[in-house]
Design a protein around this ligand. Sequence first.
Ligand code: ADP
Length: 626
Amino acid sequence: MAKKEFKAESKRLLEMMINSIYTHREIFLRELISNASDAIDKIYYKALTDENLVFNKEDYYIKVSADKANRTLTITDSGIGMTQEELENNLGVIAKSGSLAFKGENEAKDGHNIIGQFGVGFYSAFMVADMVTVTTKALGSDQAFKWESTGTDGYTIEPCEKDSVGTEIVLKIKANTEEDQYDECLEEYRLKAIIKKYSDFIRYPIKMDIKGQRPKEDAENEFEEYVEEQTVNSMVPIWRKNKDELTDEDYNNFYAEKRYGFDKPLKHIHIKADGAVVYNAILFIPENTPFDYYTKEFEKGLELYSNGVLIMEKCGDLIPDYFSFVKGMVDSEDLSLNISREMLQHDRQLTMIAKNIKNKIKSALQSMLKDEREKYEKFYSAFGRQLKFGVYNDYGTHKDVLQDLLMFYSSTEKKLVTLDEYVSRMPEDQKYIYYAAGESTQRIEKLPQTEMVADKGYEILYFTDDVDEFAIKMLMTYKEKEFKSVSSGDLGIEPDAEDKPSEAEEGENKELFESMSSILAGRVKSVRASKRLKSHPVCLTAEGELTIEMEKILKAMPNGQDVKADKVLEININHDVFKSLKEAYKGDQEKLALYTNLLYNQALLIEGLTISDPVEFTNDICKIMV
Ligand code: ADP
């Protein structure tokens, strides 16, 4: 029979995994047991809607047995099994189309991360086995099939005999090497310990034949060996246990076993509610942003159990979008088992649970911010953007929930600060919360527009995320203080007396600016004396709602409209350049046009905008050099 090749990506991944030094090799067992448990769950779900199928919990089990003599480890389950087609699709391909491509070079080198991201559960078997044989019979099918593979070079599938529905996976354990004692995987005590560690809360019994010794009945002082099938896992779900019985490690193991993520959670929230609505929940705040988090593919939701039985894998109604990064589960006795998705949406109990959960998450984040700042900053770098989207979305409806969780980089503190911290430090004469938007803190640091505000000693918040300005427009105020862009028309700061031009000067300047405006007609709305520049000669600002930074962001969007901010060219009248402008205005119109264009283009560059005719710009520079 011809061997089938693994799909190319699978092959690469597989090699990477087999060769990577996987520190937790033992997790292969967790992966196979979770698959077995999922396979039993699938029968259970089916039974919910299929009258002809009865689910007797007693009939379902997972069995782990080791045969030292033959060096095999067998994992058997009475789950739903796989058809030939499913065998092909599930075990022939690892990463679904192109999903490897998104990973950066560095991460791709580290097999670890890849395994993590995709949870290539089944394939982890090859970390300990030379050959894997899967014999399986699908529910409702008469024919069983055997899948076999020695690793990277492909696999075979053929029909075979199997009495009962379910799957049997036989691992031919690798021979020991100098560094690696693969024998471990055949030791009863090791297997038992691994199962306890990772799979203790699996809802179905994980059985093993455990050897024991007992006194012989008819002979004194003599012992006999016997074998007894025992259930190794405790099956009591962690959420039913008391919080004080549980350690951080227990929660972390649960997180890993449930495959909520492949990182370690930053925080867990264990809720035991017995008020108006009775439920248990364990929620996690992950450490890392899932790779698909900010894409359309990402689906939020918590696992929903009714009285210990999983009824929905991703119940989106349980958490608001702005907390969509939260993973975990909810178990309530008050929910009916075969409730449909549509009905759940209108379920009063569920609505109450969701509200409760939202508040718990918020206070967990708030206390993290208060007591574990570093941790919170880690969280914020992974999910802060989502909170800001939360402020913006739904016309700002959720801003009260979220505003105290926001952080921005501060010009004076040189780190992330909260709005509350900002406002509490504001000097009495400061009217506004100032911010500057740009690509990065480094770039903003150099923006001419920040000069006056910074010079006054006022703190400026740096907006480097695309969503920042939009979110703040929704927020409008914080503790009754209005937000103000350093580029906005009126900064609310009076310039020092000596910087102020006299009335006569102002009149003179006005004509010059009008002349410059007409040179730049169609490109800027007006040219005026700047109230924000101190040492820089020129900058661009915007009038009205749309700022230059917003214009850039909207333009960069996939189907971005070509919206334009109303730009104003601001000139520093205390700068020597202004003298040259005045002279040119008096005597040389051509020179005035040259200078005006140059200054305008410089201002564009400072803003990170493109110059429409770079060649002309460089020619202009040459003109002033010769
Ligand atoms: P994952 O479990 O993350 O989907 P795996 O590589 O572990 O990835 O498994 C791939 C698929 O193979 C599973 O989604 C499931 O459909 C099928 N599968 C694996 N093990 C079993 C099993 N014991 N019984 C039935 N189906 C299984």
